[in-house]
Design a protein around this ligand. Sequence first.
Ligand SMILES: Cc1cc2nc3c(=O)[nH]c(=O)nc-3n(C[C@H](O)[C@H](O)[C@H](O)COP(=O)(O)OP(=O)(O)OC[C@H]3O[C@@H](n4cnc5c(N)ncnc54)[C@H](O)[C@@H]3O)c2cc1C
Length: 380
Amino acid sequence: MQTTIDYFGESHRILRQTVSRFVQKEIKPYVEEWEETGEFPRELFVKAAEVGLMGVCYPEDWSGIDTDLFHEVVVTEELTRSGSGGIAAGLMSHSIALPPILALGNSEQKLRFIPPVLRGEKIAALGITEPGGGSDVANIRTRAVRDGDYYVVNGAKTMITSGCRADFVTMAVRTGETGYKGISLMVVETGTPGFTVSKKLRKMGWWASDTAELSLVDVRVPAENRLGGEGAAFYGLMHNFQKERLYIAVMANTTAQMALEESLNYAGAREAFGRPLTGFQVTRHKLVDMAVLVEVSREFTYRIAAKIQAEENMVKEISMAKVFSTDICDRVCHAAVQIHGGYGYMREYPVERLYRDSRILSIGGGTTEIMKEIISKMIL
Ligand SMILES: Cc1cc2nc3c(=O)[nH]c(=O)nc-3n(C[C@H](O)[C@H](O)[C@H](O)COP(=O)(O)OP(=O)(O)OC[C@H]3O[C@@H](n4cnc5c(N)ncnc54)[C@H](O)[C@@H]3O)c2cc1C
């Protein structure tokens, strides 16, 4: 019988220690400040790269560290344990921006774009969502028209993580007919004339990650920045979604675990009517319900990760994992705030931020409703 122990070996344990130390030293002391300012220092990317965190699970040919998927699970879990989903999301925005380059790019493009990001020198973002819609990816309107050796790009993107200060955006654009077949991916370098950050967006949670609205007016993108052939975006993006959904599920499970731990501590220490909160059966059972949900969700996610690692097609199951883990995360965080009473509503208590940060997880990387559409097509 397989247990969680089997998913993580010695190299995962060492990596966990490394990331945990990094989080304790370089992130934890500054979380409040960065959450308030809505940004963390750019040098954090370099520091993270120095301890080998940025390149985990990337081929060594492109300055990565070729490891199995569970090493990236470890990185996601430990960064989430910083208590700021925004820092984890912002620091790791390359985890959604680089895979399409890996999947579709040629050697020259990989060499140009991947190593500087994994060294922490450059910041990469992924630009799919547009003001007109995010779920309906096939309906992307940002248009790229071929003009000799260039594409002239016009349009807008929104809610782009790390978009305010990215050096390049792996962007989905329309180069042809309506629908998926007319969408291409290209690397748009943000210093190109006509590219502007039109707005830094203010958010409910993930405060420490910058989130941008981008405007593109006659931006001339070299044709050599196109990833794969015209209309090849579908393959590159599908490649991305499976892993992105796994990382979001891992974030959700870890966020829920933290909310549970905070609640166990608080309920043991706080007294009401002359006894600790754990003296009330209703509180004990609430804590048990939370523990059951977190345990089941985490085990299911690990199991699916193991199957993805074994290169099994897990589109249906990873969609299920995202639906389940993000739902239990919302429920566990809600219960955690309730157990904390009024203090759960106060900034000083970690559950307040966990509750706010949780809300994006069932929306980003494909909403719960879109996950259910995917699952329904596979089971009906
Ligand atoms: C903090 C944050 C960071 C983000 N980072 C990025 C990023 O880095 N890059 C990027 O490209 N995007 C990013 N996004 C955007 C995110 O991916 C989208 O918000 C998401 O895909 C949903 O798109 P939408 O907001 O346009 O909602 P819509 O697509 O307009 O959906 C609105 C509602 O309608 C439902 N709906 C839509 N279609 C259907 C359907 N067919 N059936 C049933 N229900 C449906 C949705 O589930 C949702 O409930 C980010 C968003 C946030 C909030």
